[in-house]
Design a protein. Structure first.
Length: 137
């Protein structure tokens, strides 16, 4: 996806870094900015679950892209949405639970786990979509 924001590239960088969070019970939002020599900036906004006092990091979803200045107060933003390792594992588990629930409809716990995993993935997607929406505004 590509769009143009009517703010400067520095304001885009500040907006991206303002979304960085560290929450104990949920996934953290990590922002990585890499400035290039031609005043462009590569960025990655990741949703990461951390475990065992930050020894292990499990990325769920991420948004990557490029900020390109097109004048003093306009920035072209290219965005790519990616499903990472833990996100793929959760999607696979969701698929297996769905097969189990469809083959044995009386197993209520499978339906509860399906709803919980689906809600988790929808929430993670919502957080990243909010970052993109904030860049567009």
């Amino acid at each position: 996806m590509e769009f143009t924001a009517s703010i400067s590239i520095d304001a885009c960088r500040r907006r991206l870094t303002s979304h960085e969070t560290r929450i104990a019970a949920f996934a953290d939002t990590r922002v990585v900015l890499n400035r290039l020599p031609d005043n462009r900036t590569q960025f990655a906004v990741r949703r990461v679950w951390t475990g065992v006092q930050n020894w292990f990091q499990y990325p769920i979803l991420q948004v990557t892209g490029m900020l390109t200045p097109t004048g003093s107060a306009r920035t072209t933003i290219t965005v790519y949405f990616e499903v990472r390792e833990l996100g793929l594992l959760l999607l696979g588990l969701l698929f297996l639970l769905l097969l189990l629930a469809l083959s044995h409809p009386q197993v209520v716990s499978a339906w509860v786990m399906i709803l919980a995993l689906a809600a988790l993935l929808v929430y993670e997607t919502y957080v990243l979509r909010r970052v993109i929406r904030d860049l567009r505004a």
